[in-house]
Design a binder for this molecule. Structure first.
Ligand SMILES: Nc1ncnc2c1ncn2[C@@H]1O[C@H](COP(=O)(O)OP(=O)(O)OP(=O)(O)O)[C@@H](O)[C@H]1O
Ligand SMILES: [Mg+2]
Length: 256
């Protein structure tokens, strides 16, 4: 069975998609058969991998509506072992349609369980909200990976996410676990970044990854070229940080 990791934080712009894409890339690079599921209607993971949304016949919106299977929507990427289940903004309408539907919280879980492909890991990129789509991610997941941006308001609102995780654990997914907290966009030159890092460690004892993702312009440029950082500039600080982080994930989760 694939290990499923959901990259979640309801706060916008904290590095979820950057983390999901580059984690998936390096997992694949390390030989793990990896599926990245883009479950955010913004479709940033899809476009960040250079996929033109206009060309897509089937997407995660079809999977959520149960008009296609996950295996039908998955496409290969330019990289060995790395597969993508793409999305388009249509997924936002789907979410509205699902609001009253049966099994609305377990659409993603059911789709993953019905897949006939043996992935080692499935990484889910979630939207910046505690919406139906995010809850689908939490229900389908073994592990939550929480990227936290090193800024003053970093910890605000995280209580709500932890509360939602508790509810999901009680109801639909008793083994849901916090895999770890990843500090992102760290600026080592500012004392604020350092202070926030300390705060995060205090708040999540034992859960913060040793790897820290620096603020690095190459990470911000890569998606505009449709490339993961490892393909865009593998010697950049951002690439090295995501590679080291991926090794930590592999050892924490014991994948493959
Ligand atoms: N370490 C970093 N250094 C510099 N820029 C970064 C870094 N990580 C992410 N970015 C940039 O910051 C922006 C937000 O990152 P990203 O899209 O990964 O966040 P997100 O949490 O997925 O956002 P959303 O909540 O909208 O889905 C993007 O433009 C991205 O390229
Ligand atoms: Mg995103």
């Amino acid at each position: 069975m694939a290990k499923v990791i959901s990259v979640t934080n309801q706060k916008g712009g904290v590095g979820k998609t950057t983390t999901a894409v580059n984690l998936a890339y390096y997992l694949a690079k390390f030989g793990k058969k990896t599926l990245l599921i883009d479950f955010d209607p913004q479709g940033n993971a899809t476009s960040g991998l250079g996929i033109d949304k206009q060309d897509l016949q089937l997407t995660m919106a079809d999977v959520a509506m149960e008009t296609a299977t996950l295996d039908q929507v998955v496409i290969p990427t330019a990289y060995n072992n790395f597969f993508l289940a793409p999305t388009t903004p249509v997924l936002a309408n789907t979410e509205v349609q699902l609001a009253q539907a049966d099994r609305r919280f377990s659409r993603l879980k059911n789709a993953i369980e019905a897949s006939k492909v043996d992935y080692d890991v499935i990484v889910i990129d979630s939207p910046p909200s505690l919406s139906l789509l995010t809850v689908n991610g939490l229900v389908a997941t073994n592990y939550v990976l929480l990227p936290v941006q090193a800024e003053f308001y970093a910890l605000e609102g995280l209580g709500q996410l932890l509360e939602t995780m508790k509810l999901v654990r009680k109801g639909m997914n008793p083994t849901l676990e916090l895999l770890g907290v990843l500090p992102t966009m760290m600026d080592s030159r500012t004392t604020l970044s350092g202070q926030v890092h300390e705060e995060i460690k205090k708040h999540f004892p034992g859960k913060v990854f040793n790897a820290v993702i620096p603020r690095n312009i190459r990470l911000a440029e890569a998606p505009s070229h449709g490339l993961p950082i490892g393909a865009y500039d593998r010697f950049s600080k951002g690439a090295r940080a995501y590679k080291a982080f991926t090794k930590e994930v592999i050892s924490r989760v014991s994948i493959g």
